[in-house]
Design a protein around this ligand. Structure first.
Ligand code: UDP
Length: 337
């Protein structure tokens, strides 16, 4: 049986949906404390055993691992705001490091040795070369990236000493929503570019702030590698398959290799929505490198995975989710019919 921690969150719920869609006989166990996730994000299937629990509760997690017959874990549960990690580092060290080390303690005691871990390109820090490959130095410039790096290193240690098998998957910019429209991105507060641009298109905000247009990039705005959340989910499935036949630790970038600038995103959002998008040029956001793009060769070579969805599909599915009323009860009920 597979355990998904943080399965009620944005990326976690898309993983659960994609996993169940591609494994029609399977069930999964989800542990989430619902501090950030949404119970409705898992209403699309009755093949989910939902357990509201804190991953930092060692006794509680040993009980879950043993009673549910858990053989492998996909670990998404974490706090994920870079800005907040700088103002409240204690929250990030506790939630992302201490609680994850407690989960590892529970795994050790219950004899679970396989795990896929959500890591991030924020572990690299300021790029010294581009595109970023997995051998790029890891010098995170924010607490969020540091907490993820600390766990990568702990995992490497468990793999070397106790024979665990683990992948750390370093995400670039996750975006978009499941094609069904049943689940999508719902953060509070929302800080990510694409949902904020779409809300400006809906008239829910006065304008989208562009954080700096004086960078050394072709149009002066920052470039990021936006990857569809369902593509990310498929990479986790490939990683799980690979873990069954191997031991040891490996880290792999999940990105598209294509960068898009803030202004390019706004332009495509305008085309997809057919709506004018008012912009406001604001100052630079501290800690934003001008360009972050993945080298994704290793994902192809090791996992046999590459992305399927383009930027337009990312924005089209994100728009359908924003316009569809989010976890609308009528659609969730219809999904079981
Ligand atoms: N960005 C922006 N306005 C916003 C939010 C983000 O210009 O309201 C920019 C941000 O500076 C970065 C890019 O959009 O260059 C992506 O930011 P996001 O927060 O979505 O992801 P990050 O790359 O920080 O993980």
């Amino acid at each position: 049986m597979l355990l998904v921690t943080g399965g009620a969150g944005y990326i976690g719920s898309h993983f659960v949906k994609t996993y169940l869609d591609t494994h029609p006989q399977a069930q999964v166990v989800v542990v989430d404390d619902l501090s950030e996730g949404h119970r409705e994000a898992l209403a699309f299937s009755d093949r989910i055993r939902f357990i509201q629990e804190d991953i930092g509760n060692v006794e509680g997690m040993i009980q879950v691992l043993q009673s549910q017959g858990i053989e492998a874990i996909v670990h998404f549960a974490a706090s994920c705001y870079v800005g907040e990690s700088q103002t409240n580092p204690t929250k990030y060290f506790q939630n992302n490091v201490v609680k994850t080390l407690n989960l590892f303690k529970a795994m050790d005691q219950a004899g679970v040795k396989r795990i896929v871990f959500s890591s991030t390109c924020a572990t690299y820090g300021n790029p010294v070369r581009m595109p970023l490959d997995e051998t790029h130095p890891q010098n995170p410039i924010n607490i969020y990236g540091l907490t993820k790096l600390m766990i990568e290193q702990a995992l490497r240690g468990y793999c070397e000493t106790l024979g665990w098998s683990a992948f750390a998957l370093r995400y670039f910019n996750a975006a978009g929503a499941d094609e069904s429209g049943l689940i999508g991105e719902l953060h509070d507060p929302e800080t990510h570019l694409i949902p904020l641009v779409l809300r400006a298109a809906q008239g829910k905000s006065k304008a989208i702030d562009i954080y700096g247009e004086d960078y050394d990039t072709p149009d002066g705005t920052c470039i990021r590698d936006y990857i569809h959340v369902t593509d990310l989910a498929h990479a986790h499935i490939k990683a799980l398959e690979k873990l069954q036949a191997s031991t040891g630790f490996d880290a792999i970038n999940l990105g598209t290799t294509h960068g898009a600038s803030v202004k390019e995103i706004i332009a495509i959002c305008g085309e997809v929505t057919g709506k004018p998008i008012p912009v406001n040029v604001a100052g630079r956001r501290p800690g934003d490198p001008p360009r972050l793009v993945a080298n994704a060769d290793k994902a192809l070579n090791v996992l046999g995975w590459k992305t399927q969805f383009d930027l337009r599909t990312i924005i089209r599915t994100a728009w359908a989710w924003e316009e569809g009323g989010k976890y609308a009860t009528d659609r969730l009920t219809a999904s079981h019919a």
